[in-house]
Design a protein around this ligand. Structure first.
Ligand SMILES: Nc1ncnc2c1ncn2[C@@H]1O[C@H](COP(=O)(O)OP(=O)(O)OP(=O)(O)O)[C@@H](O)[C@H]1O
Ligand SMILES: [Mg+2]
Length: 888
């Protein structure tokens, strides 16, 4: 934390600077937007920092005096949101300080106060700039052995409480929510330095101690409000830790003056419900939300599955992917709904076109309850609600519990729509202070005032005609402008005709402007009518907004139902488009996939049509699939596709396969040998081993483990030994059963395991050799592959021929053992220096030397040969071949 003292050396403490420093000392960690007239000014370090981030000019007060100069930069208040958003996105907090009294009436310096603190986790007012995904503020409270966690999206009102006893799980929740900011008690960095270090890499950390900044009464009041609205569910659901965490979070909302919480939804206690756990490494490796670096943004499961039409739907889909279900019945309900929509393409199309037009109801309610909504927001709400009957029509006949539940929440709120329709014009202005929002006929008083205002206009026209006649000046004009009000304008040439009762007000180049008592009187009437109209419209609008606010819970229930509908229909759309099948859940913990595909690779890699493959895994007989195959064959793709299919099934999605049977899985683990992890910044073998250790410790018979070249991050023999031992452990851990495992490896030696362990089976991803080339068949076949073709792949990649030839020699040497008889390391032996030349030809699949037969064919002078000579050659070739056969 920065320390800001109330005094600045060398700076003359003018009353304004004093006031500034006093306010700044309340928020040393925030940039202070100090309102001065039409600008927010920033001073001292804030100015230095903000001018850099915002790329705006840095100037100074008291420029002339070097010692007293104060760095300064400013932004116009009406454009403040964009600047604010940029500071927030740069991870800054901003305290907004306003003038809270009228400068005209202030005796000395204008009173100023911080009205709100905007932070990366609380970006209130910036939603249009920040995209439609959830923006979470996290909070972390250590308690006894464990930790309480909270995640709040202040813009939508989503609030979750969780508690965990293991640090890894705490971290995992945080990683999956990607909060922009995490609140924690200041002492945590002393107690748990390594945790805090990790958190720092994820989000802006805000050490926060409510005890000296927030009065507990205010927090209690908020809590009371939540309780009254029934948001805390049964109180007994909340543990002591949950309560502490909630209290901590609410304190921060009080402190930052973000305590408009009428839009808060049910406090969810997520950890109480079992879900399919996916650790951070697996999530990244399976590219669920983010592609591994260097790949296109489309290369994620989220982007394959996301064809939602509303921001609410997109956020919910992400939540489903964060916490896939373990509850078979709930999964079934989702699948049933997806099925219903999938089978009716026309209905789906109609529904999606309605959804597309819907506003982001959740954020809209956030703005309405925070009293930030304008008339356009209410019009959007009206238009969105007005589309509900169309949606209800479409879903009326659809079968299934989930569709029934959704239907029950879709209350079209006809009376509210009618009120909004009757009250608000079709396209109101942005401002709520300048009138023009309320329809005619809503308020008698308003209509009267408007009458006066418009009669002012026709009165002006009449007056103009009357005065023209009276004075004989046909060019005389009656006009109005903001600065001077109403006036009569007469050109210079006609000034001699002006009557006595005209009072001169302003002289222009070619004309003079006058007023008359009559004009003055009318002006007052019209202007005061205008003012009254604005006031009255504002009051009516606020009443309307309050009325909507009273329906918050209802509208949020609608929003929630629409979000679900949107996700289900999106899953149906994707299932239909990509020819997915409905997974069948079974009680037995097995995983059978017929013709499975990788959901992302099949979409991204269009040069090659995707080759489907089967999978058979269970705990008793087919526990471990050991997969070998050359580089580039498709091992990694295959094992990931199995994990992804399993995951998709658990969110209630259809899956890329012909047929899938699956038992509920409690956790999916994937691990990749260290050298593949570079992109994740976890490149050490140590990390790889830690990860492996955590799998062995945390997996159960119900888990799915995917290991990709584990052991590769160290020397061959060490790696091989470790891989062997891990496979053995997974096989032998429980009696007669084990965790379903996919194990891709380059160590062919591991294939021997299948001979010793009944539940380990060898598979390979087949390739075919043809004309000195390898062709990737992408087809999984039974049995192990006993060579890796690494050198052939290197050749494909364009390594120089000499390097390839030499590599083949070295490979050969390697396969002979470590040292030659003379004690020279075999790796270094080259063919020229070796006596025994008998074996290489048969070891090398792609022999570098032509065989005698080939040699004879190549040398034959075909263009000079007679048919008989050719026949003779053929005979000789045959004889030579026979001579080459070992037993021939
Ligand atoms: N079933 C398939 N159908 C079509 N293309 C595939 C299939 N499987 C993999 N591919 C393509 O082959 C490429 C290489 O696959 P992958 O990375 O899975 O190979 P690998 O065997 O793991 O290789 P390495 O041993 O080098 O890690 C993939 O990027 C993908 O484009
Ligand atoms: Mg691979």
């Amino acid at each position: 934390m920065k320390s800001v003292t109330g005094k600045r050396k060398g700076v003359r403490q003018t009353p304004m600077i004093q006031q500034y420093l006093r306010i700044k000392s309340q928020v040393p960690d925030a940039i202070l937007f100090f309102r001065m007239g039409d600008f927010y000014e920033m001073f001292f370090e804030d100015a230095l920092e903000a001018s850099k981030i915002l790329d705006i000019a840095l100037t100074s007060r008291n420029k002339g005096n070097k010692d007293e100069s104060v760095p300064l930069c400013g932004i116009p208040y009406h454009a403040c949101d964009q600047y604010l958003a940029r500071l927030i996105q740069a991870g800054k907090r901003v305290a907004i300080c306003e003038q809270v009294e009228d400068p005209k009436t202030a005796k000395t310096i204008v009173r100023r106060e911080i009205i709100r603190i905007v932070t990366p986790g609380l970006p209130v007012g910036l939603e249009s700039i920040l995209g439609s995904e959830n923006i979470f503020l996290g909070a972390l409270v250590p308690s006894g052995e464990g930790m309480g966690l909270a995640f709040l999206d202040i813009l939508t009102g989503d609030l979750k409480l969780l508690s965990e006893s293991q640090v890894e799980k705490v971290l995992n929740h945080i990683q999956v929510h990607q909060p922009r900011e995490i609140l924690l008690p200041p002492e945590l960095s002393a107690v748990r330095p390594s945790l805090v270090e990790k958190l720092e890499k994820i989000a802006l950390l805000t050490p926060f101690d409510p005890s000296d900044t927030v009065s507990p009464d205010q927090v209690d009041k908020l809590l009371e409000g939540l309780r009254e609205r029934g948001l805390m569910g049964a109180e007994s659901v909340l543990s002591t830790v949950d309560r502490q965490t909630l209290h901590f979070l609410l304190s921060y909302l009080v402190w930052t003056k973000n305590d408009h919480l009428e839009h808060l939804k049910n406090v969810q206690v997520t950890t109480r419900r079992p879900y399919l756990r996916i650790d951070e490494f697996t999530r990244r490796n399976l590219e669920i939300f983010e592609p591994l670096s260097g790949k296109t943004r489309r290369a994620t499961l989220l982007s394959v599955l996301d064809d939602t039409r509303t921001p609410m739907g997109r956020r919910l889909l992400m939540e489903w992917l964060r916490y896939p279900l373990q509850d078979m019945e709930e999964i079934h309900r989702r699948l049933e709904a997806v099925e219903a929509w999938r089978s009716d393409t026309k209905r789906r199309k109609r529904l999606r076109s309605i959804l597309e037009e819907m506003a982001d109801l959740e954020r809209l309610m956030g703005r309405i309850t925070a009293e930030r909504a304008n008339a356009r927001d209410l019009v959007q709400l009206r238009e969105t609600l007005a589309r509900l009957p169309g949606i209800i029509d479409e879903i009326q006949e659809l079968p299934g519990d989930l569709m029934g539940r959704i239907r029950d929440h879709l209350d079209p709120l006809e009376d509210l729509v009618a009120t909004l329709h009757a009250s608000l014009v079709d396209s109101p202005p942005l401002s709520i202070k300048e009138g023009g929002m309320i329809r005619e006929g809503v308020s008698g008083e308003l209509d009267e005032l408007r009458e006066i205002r418009s009669s002012g206009k026709s009165w002006m026209i009449r007056l103009e005609a009357k005065e023209q006649k009276r004075t004989g000046i046909s060019s005389l004009k009656v006009r109005y402008n903001r600065v001077f009000g109403y006036y009569i304008e007469v050109t210079k040439a006609n000034l001699h005709l002006v009557p006595d009762d005209y009072q001169r007000k302003q002289t222009l180049v070619n004309a003079e402007r006058f007023v008359t008592p009559e004009l003055k009187e009318m002006e007052e009437k019209v202007l005061s009518a205008e003012e009254r109209i604005q006031q009255l419209e504002y009051t009516l609008f606020i009443a309307l907004r309050e009325e909507v606010k009273g329906r918050t819970a209802r509208i949020q229930a609608i929003a929630g139902a629409l979000a679900q509908l949107d996700v289900l229909v999106s899953l149906a759309e994707v299932a239909q488009r990509n020819r997915y099948c409905r997974p069948e859940f079974t009680e037995e913990p097995r995983l059978i996939i017929r013709q499975g595909r990788h959901p992302v690779v099949e979409q991204i890699n269009l040069q090659e049509s995707f080759v489907p493959n089967d999978t058979l895994l269970d705990c008793e007989k087919n526990q471990i699939m050991l997969i070998t195959g050359p580089n580039m064959a498709g091992k990694s793709t295959y094992i990931r596709q199995v994990a992804l299919i399993a995951l998709m099934a658990h969110i209630g999605s259809y899956v890329p396969a012909r047929e899938v049977q699956i038992g509920v899985i409690d956790q999916i683990f994937t691990r990749v040998g260290a050298s593949d992890n570079l992109a994740l910044g976890l490149s050490t073998f140590m990390v790889e081993m830690k990860e492996a250790a955590s799998i062995l410790a945390n997996s159960t018979v119900r888990s799915l483990i995917v290991l990709d070249e584990i052991g590769r991050g160290t020397s061959t023999f060490d790696g091989l030994s470790i891989a062997w031992a891990i496979a053995e452990f997974l096989h032998d851990r429980y009696e007669g059963a084990g965790t379903k495992t996919l194990f891709a490896t380059h160590y062919h030696e591991l294939t021997d395991l299948a001979r010793l362990k009944p539940r380990i089976h060898n598979w390979n991803v087949a390739v075919k050799e043809w004309n000195d080339e390898i062709i990737f068949l992408r087809k999984l076949a039974k049995g192990g592959m006993n060579r890796s073709y690494g050198i052939q792949v290197a050749r494909l990649a364009g390594l120089p021929d000499s390097v390839i030839q030499r590599a083949k020699e070295i490979l050969h040497n390697l396969e002979q053992g470590e040292l030659t008889e003379t004690g020279v390391p075999t790796l270094s032996v080259s063919r020229q220096g070796r006596e025994d030349r008998s074996s290489p030809a048969q070891l090398e699949l792609f022999a570098s030397r032509p065989s005698p037969v080939e040699e004879m064919i190549r040398k034959a002078p075909l263009d000079q040969m007679t048919p008989i000579e050719a026949l003779n050659l053929l005979h000789r070739l045959q004889e030579t071949l026979k001579g080459e056969e070992p037993d021939g």
